[in-house]
Design a protein around this ligand. Structure first.
Ligand SMILES: Cc1cc2nc3c(=O)[nH]c(=O)nc-3n(C[C@H](O)[C@H](O)[C@H](O)COP(=O)(O)O)c2cc1C
Length: 435
């Protein structure tokens, strides 16, 4: 059996599945049950400094986007950091860590952007025996209006400054949690690295309004007729998270900086994808909130079986494997030619591929008598829309044209699909020759 143990910046855990800082990790009761269910680690729900209590709304905190089958695809929340007393959280963390020494326990922290505030809380967190801290520079609502969360995460200079304080006053690993509400994720990641961060974690939630009630004209979740943007997460945000993770993994400045991947991880496959793009482990929130703690069993089983099948002995062996294949558009091979192929046995004759292609794309699918749909190679540009709209998995696939064959659309062989390929900037050979 593949070994799922991970060592993330010196923090060991029996598997790469950590619960992200959120309601599932808000208290001792939850975290104990999470560990019993098999989670490798937790990032405790974000702690704030002592002072005026954090008060959450008493109306709905969450909104959601559902698929047609009512499966939850995206979750929006307007919740704040923990509203439980700091001392209570610290006591509980210490007890849980003492009882579960083999599991990772990370303290997420968000205090005002002042040195004194960080200096005050860090020794108290250290006393709990927590394995490290995660700086919450990500939450986009409620706390950001008070100069914390994403208000810090959007200013690289602040990230660097606070990270430096933490490295000065705390001697265990410091993970900086990044907000995706920014144009270029490499900038805050580089700032974290400059400040001495041991790792970054991403993504926190994305600014969102999930819906508007058309009777009351209030955004939802609606609090007495008014709504505000919340933070979006769940399966819908995974593509955004993967892209941001890959940007950090392959950037010259941030390459090699350990990454904890977060955003829509629901299955072992999602986790494997984050890991292949450079993450040392993953964190999960929405999937646990939707399906309960036992979802980790399937994640562990699936990842382990896949690793066995592929011959990966350890998680570390998978980390970053896909990174060399992430490139810029300008390096994509324009001489790679594919065509859509429809499996007539699998086709249910719904005609979605035909409607999509005929009305909006390249008129490359013919509807023949008996609702038989066939690809017209001379028109097919291989856009993939038919594959994407087809309700039957694997019914339509893109098949690469064999070497030497002629593309009826261009009349050129696949080796020479692009008339000016020898000098085209996408051709690495042309670029090398020009240099
Ligand atoms: C209800 C809720 C509360 C959250 N609270 C926090 C928090 O206190 N601190 C934090 O860093 N992230 C918080 N998050 C963000 C999650 O930790 C995570 O970054 C995000 O949900 C993306 O992961 P997911 O797609 O697996 O949910 C919260 C998310 C949700 C849904």
């Amino acid at each position: 059996m593949a070994n799922l143990e991970t060592d993330f910046v010196g923090i060991k855990s029996p598997n790469p599945f950590w619960l992200a800082s959120a309601p599932p990790t808000d208290k001792e009761y939850n975290v104990r049950r999470a560990f019993e269910a098999g989670w490798g680690g937790v990032v405790w729900k974000t702690l704030g400094s002592e002072g005026p209590p954090v008060v959450n709304v008493n109306g709905p905190r969450y909104g959601a986007i559902h698929g047609a089958d009512r499966r939850l695809l995206g979750l929006n929340n307007i919740e704040l950091i923990t509203d439980r007393p700091l001392e209570t959280n610290l006591e509980e963390m210490a007890r849980v860590k003492a009882d579960w020494p083999d599991r990772a326990l990370i303290a997420s922290i968000m205090v005002p952007c002042e040195e004194a505030a960080w200096k005050a809380i860090l020794p108290r967190v250290a006393e709990t025996g927590a394995d490290g801290i995660e700086l919450n520079f990500g939450c986009p609502h409620g706390m950001s209006e008070r100069g914390m969360g994403s208000a810090v995460g959007q200013v690289p200079e602040y990230i660097e400054m606070v990270t430096r304080w933490c490295k000065q006053y705390y001697d265990r690993p410091v993970i900086v949690k990044l907000t995706p509400n920014i144009t270029d994720i490499r900038k805050p990641a580089a700032a974290a690295r400059n400040g001495g961060a041991d790792a970054v974690s991403l993504i926190n939630t994305i600014n969102s309004i999930t819906s508007v009630n058309l009777d009351t004209m209030s955004p939802e979740p609606s609090i007495d007729g008014k709504g505000s943007h919340g933070g979006y997460c769940g399966p819908a945000v995974k593509p955004i998270a993967l892209s941001m993770v890959s940007e950090i993994a392959r950037d010259e400045v941030t390459r090699g900086l350990p990454i904890s991947g977060i955003g829509g991880v629901t299955t072992w496959r999602d986790a494997a994808e984050f890991i292949s793009l450079g993450c040392g482990n993953v964190q999960v929130c929405t999937a646990a909130m939707t399906y309960g703690f036992r979802i980790v069993e399937e994640m562990k089983r699936g990842l382990s079986a896949w690793m066995d099948e592929k011959g990966h002995a350890s998680v570390a062996d998978v980390v970053g494997r896909a990174v060399p294949n992430v490139t810029d558009w300008q390096y994509l091979n324009l001489n790679y030619v594919t065509k859509a192929r429809i499996d007539q046995e699998a086709c249910i004759k719904c005609g979605r591929c035909y409607a999509a292609c005929e009305d909006t794309s390249h008129q490359a699918i013919a509807m023949k008598p008996g609702r038989v749909f066939e690809v017209i190679d001379a028109e097919c540009v291989a856009c993939n829309l038919c594959v994407d709209v087809c309700p039957v998995e694997e019914c339509i696939t893109m098949v690469e044209l064999a070497s030497g064959s002629v593309d009826p659309r261009t009349g050129r062989t696949v080796e020479d699909a692009y008339a000016n390929w020898t000098t085209h900037p996408n051709n690495p050979a042309a670029v090398t020759a020009a240099e």
